[in-house]
Design a protein around this ligand. Sequence first.
Ligand SMILES: Cc1cc2nc3c(=O)[nH]c(=O)nc-3n(C[C@H](O)[C@H](O)[C@H](O)COP(=O)(O)OP(=O)(O)OC[C@H]3O[C@@H](n4cnc5c(N)ncnc54)[C@H](O)[C@@H]3O)c2cc1C
Length: 258
Amino acid sequence: MYDVTYLRPTNLKDAVQLYRATPGCRPLAGGTDLMVMLHARTLRPAPRAVLDVWSLLELKGVRRSQGMLEIGAAESYTGIIRSRDAQEHVPALVAAARTIGAAQIQNRGTLGGNLANASPAGDTLPVLLAYDAVVVTDRRSIPIDQFFTGYRKTALQPDELIVAVRMPLGRRVVFRKVGTRAAQAISKVVTAVSRSPARVALGAVAEVPLRARRAEAALERGDVEGAIAAVADDIRPIDRRTVAQNVLRSLLDDLART
Ligand SMILES: Cc1cc2nc3c(=O)[nH]c(=O)nc-3n(C[C@H](O)[C@H](O)[C@H](O)COP(=O)(O)OP(=O)(O)OC[C@H]3O[C@@H](n4cnc5c(N)ncnc54)[C@H](O)[C@@H]3O)c2cc1C
């Protein structure tokens, strides 16, 4: 475990100020990803502080706002699953949330954490792509298709907090996760699809969650078989060379420290 200072602001304004004023600080929401990394000491650079955003009311809740459905970044999967508004307007996200981990993980894991962690296998991420979600931060709105910039990299600035995620009402999206087990498993292929507008979004097939643009173009023309053929060209299986480089870098860092 790293030796970190624990910061617990009580409102969003204080959280934003503290985050900006504390170099080497990491937000802590449910901790289901971050605590693992803190214990394993796999974060580079090593964090000096954590900013607990779990209890911030401004980051909680599921509500309708400006013709969109808005979900707070620190809302848990259980909160999303139980929300009537989420069930009605974003059932594919509810379906994805139900497949995440087991009850303990659903009680603590959050949408903001899944986004910021930016795993290519993050289960909600293709769903958010298919809904054309907008990531709302403390300073701007980022369209989801501009959010993932590389392997576990995002468009977030080092001191930028995710506050909420917005999705349009009335879009029909379906979700499927094909893995070794429905829960407690790193997903193998995650797919979310909308017919109108045509969206085909995939996870665990490349270094980032991605939209299959050729498949979408075929679907836009109503060419279902063309879309199915095109999706194979759209995906880039996760590059093992990059994985090997990342693992080697991490192991060499460990060796250098001991
Ligand atoms: C046993 C187990 C099973 C799991 N199963 C699945 C699964 O099936 N599918 C899946 O997708 N994931 C799974 N996960 C991963 C994890 O639960 C999810 O990624 C979860 O959504 C992370 O949310 P969190 O609130 O716990 O994030 P945290 O661990 O608190 O944070 C994760 C990252 O996001 C950053 N962060 C958090 N909140 C914010 C914010 N508001 N603004 C900016 N940055 C922020 C943190 O600094 C950190 O880098 C599993 C994890 C475990 C331990």
